[in-house]
Design a protein around this ligand. Structure first.
Ligand SMILES: Cc1ncc(COP(=O)(O)O)c(C=O)c1O
Length: 375
């Protein structure tokens, strides 16, 4: 029997009950689920593709894979991505959970990922029967031998939960190291459009988003051994559609494709058409980012007034906050204000003294949370 961790959210239930008993009602900032409408242009594309009697292509249609390549050039500074190296996925969580298995990893293989991380990297290693190893730096892996060298290294930039961004230089060093040691690098970049760092006028011409693992300044021009994992859930309020993709090394993508064809892991046809519409429309992404920027400013002020320190949080949909105490104490104190946050411990031992506060609530709820924190 494989050992999966307990589903951690169950342990938050008593705090949810406590927060719900607040006279003003519960404000749930514990999960990053979008609350704003799916853009009309995307809904229209979904409706127009509602007649879908035949099976869709596991690989996605050529125009879908072209749309992803065009998006990389327009938004991520990656020109000339080979559409053969693109694969639609049914949201990105399933790919994160199954990538080690799809790559044929198993007993004795190491899957490494950040110490404070989205829990599914660990789950994916376990599903494959591989060994999950949380690390904060490559040196933390110790002297590398055949048995201690990871087969797969996950990066997550911008990070969930910390909001930390990895710069070009850092990414380039990781890629260089990985190539020298034969390690596949998968970079989960689903918050890339939500980067809050101020942009210098001198940065004109730079991509408007967080650097990608596929950026030529990182890769030197070859995508060998590299995968970028991206999701439209956050940038386009599409979490309910399950619309995401992996892109990069065409050889790796083909390996994944072969298994996924056998396993029936195909994105539904209407979602494929909706994803093309979403990728072609920058306007809704800019509008959504502005909504989150306003909520972030409101919540930052409330969290500061309450006396929490906010660490990293340069990008993404969360404030990574600490009162320098056990996270469950902070969660309890916030619950008494009717505000539910996520304990940092859900993201690994490195998060034990932080809480993660999500920006994914309505303007009214964010304003009310900030008011309660400031009172
Ligand atoms: C870091 C990270 N990766 C992947 C996902 C999964 O997103 P989805 O399955 O909606 O594409 C999330 C969702 O919160 C996330 O935070």
């Amino acid at each position: 029997m494989r050992s999966l961790p307990d589903f951690p959210w169950d342990s938050l239930a008593p705090y949810k009950a406590r927060a719900s008993s607040h006279a003003g009602g519960l404000i749930d900032l514990s999960i990053g689920t979008p609350v704003d409408p799916t853009p009309q242009v995307v809904q229209d594309a979904l409706r127009a593709a509602a007649d879908a009697p035949g099976y869709p292509q596991t690989y996605g249609t050529p125009d879908l894979r072209e749309a992803v390549a065009t998006w990389f050039a327009a938004r991520r500074g990656v020109e000339g991505l080979d559409p053969d190296g693109v694969l639609p996925t049914i949201g990105s969580k399933e790919l994160v959970a199954w990538l080690p298995t799809l790559l044929g990893l198993g007993a004795g293989d190491i899957v490494a990922f950040p110490r404070a991380a989205y829990p599914t990297y660990d789950v994916g290693a376990r599903l494959a029967g591989a060994t999950p190893v949380p690390v904060d730096s490559l040196t933390a892996l110790g002297p590398l031998t055949r048995s201690t060298t990871p087969k797969l290294l996950w990066l997550n930039s911008p990070s969930n939960p910390t909001g930390k961004v990895l710069g070009i230089e850092h990414l380039a060093k990781v890629v260089d190291w990985a190539r020298r040691h034969g390690v596949i690098v998968a970079s989960d970049e689903c918050y890339a459009e939500l980067d809050w760092r101020p942009r210098e006028p001198a940065a004109h011409g730079e991509p408007p988003t967080t650097p990608s693992i596929l950026d030529p300044r990182v890769t030197g021009g070859s995508h060998e051994g590299l995968l970028c994992v991206y999701s439209l859930s956050k940038q386009s309020n599409l979490a309910g559609y399950r619309a995401a993709f992996a892109a990069g090394d065409p050889v790796l993508i083909r390996e994944l494709l072969e298994v996924r064809k056998h396993a029936g892991m195909m994105m539904p046809w209407p979602v494929q058409r909706a994803m093309i519409a979403a990728l072609a429309d920058e306007t809704h992404v800019v509008e959504q980012k502005a909504r989150y920027a306003a909520r972030r400013a409101t919540l930052l002020a409330g969290v500061a007034a309450y006396g929490l320190r906010v660490d990293d949080s340069e990008a993404g949909l969360y404030l990574w906050a600490s009162a320098d105490e056990d996270c469950w104490i902070t969660i309890g104190r916030l619950a008494d204000l009717g505000v539910l946050a996520a304990p940092g411990a859900f993201y690994g031992a490195a998060g034990a003294r932080h809480v993660r506060i999500a920006l994914t609530a309505t303007d009214a709820h964010i304003a009310e949370a900030a008011a309660r924190l400031s009172a």
